[in-house]
Design a protein around this ligand. Structure first.
Ligand SMILES: [Fe+2]
Length: 281
């Protein structure tokens, strides 16, 4: 691999590919800083042709913080830090449902992850891209009055939002619901989050996990969330990553949302690391 490092921005909104770094090697301070600075500037970064082992993937991830062990999702054998996201043989399958909604990972926890690193193991014959959006840019384009109004609000996030009505009403649905609620009770986060390193502000509600805005009545909360989702989902704030085998995406989970496009009909296997976050505001 060439040593010439290059940063290739993806869209005007966010995302950049870093070329010329071999992630199988021990990360130098210089490369670590470059990756961190690029992540803070572009919010999601991409690498290609990184044929690295699970051990090397975990070693790479540990440079950026403590790796999280997910409380509910099963992990790769011998690698508790790696979640294996495996589709059905003929397409996304039922377990991908929650990835096919715009979301930040695990905002239903008190301190959601700082970021996640996803590596493509098996890619579909076509499709299966991942889309990202820049929630800082979405914030910046709100009016001053709206920014001010939102800055005073908190929203509740809950894992039980991932259940459909049919699932809750099904046999054992309610006990499963209660178990999830007990393991991960709903949490509150500010509607406008401040990035702990850059100080940038972003809109911090998502369709997958945000249940309501604290202190507003039902209609007000639903209407405000609808407005914010419509605003956030504007293509002006997005980029789309087309996977190849051994591609890696590393997103800042604090200021971005992502959406796994479910337009494929062959197997897709990804390995994911989750990096612990810090409380920012
Ligand atoms: Fe996700």
């Amino acid at each position: 691999m060439t040593n010439k490092i290059r940063i290739k921005p993806y869209t005007g909104a966010l995302g950049a590919e870093i070329l010329g770094i071999d992630l199988s090697k021990t990360l130098s301070k210089k490369h670590f800083n470059l990756i961190k600075n690029t992540l803070n500037e572009y919010h999601v970064i991409f690498f290609r042709k990184q044929d690295i082992s699970p051990v090397q993937l975990v070693t790479f991830g540990k440079n950026f913080g403590k790796l999280e062990i997910h409380p509910l999702i099963p992990t790769l054998k011998d690698f508790p830090e790696i979640i294996e996201l495996k589709s059905a043989d003929d397409g996304p399958g039922p377990y991908s449902r929650n990835s096919r909604i715009w979301h930040s990972d695990m905002t239903y926890t008190k301190i959601p992850p700082m970021g996640a690193i996803l590596k493509a193991i098996t890619i579909p014959e076509s499709g299966g891209n991942t889309m990202f959006l820049n929630a800082c840019l979405a914030y910046e384009q709100l009016s001053k009055k709206m920014k001010n109004f939102l800055s005073k609000l908190q929203a509740v996030h809950s894992i039980v939002m991932t259940n459909t009505k049919e699932e809750i009403l099904s046999e054992q649905g309610l006990s499963r619901f209660a178990k999830m609620q007990k393991a991960l009770p709903p949490v509150e986060h500010p509607v406008i989050k401040i990035h702990p390193e850059t100080g940038k502000k972003c809109i911090y509600v998502n369709e997958a996990f945000t249940s309501h805005i604290t202190g507003l009545n039902h209609n007000e909360s639903d209407s405000l969330l609808d407005f914010l989702y419509k605003h956030l989902h504007n293509p002006d704030f997005q980029c789309r990553f087309i996977w190849e085998k051994n591609s890696i995406a590393f997103w800042d989970n604090q200021v971005t949302q992502h959406f796994a496009v479910g337009d494929y009909n062959t197997k897709r296997i990804m390995h994911r690391l989750t990096i612990e976050g810090t409380k920012s505001n």
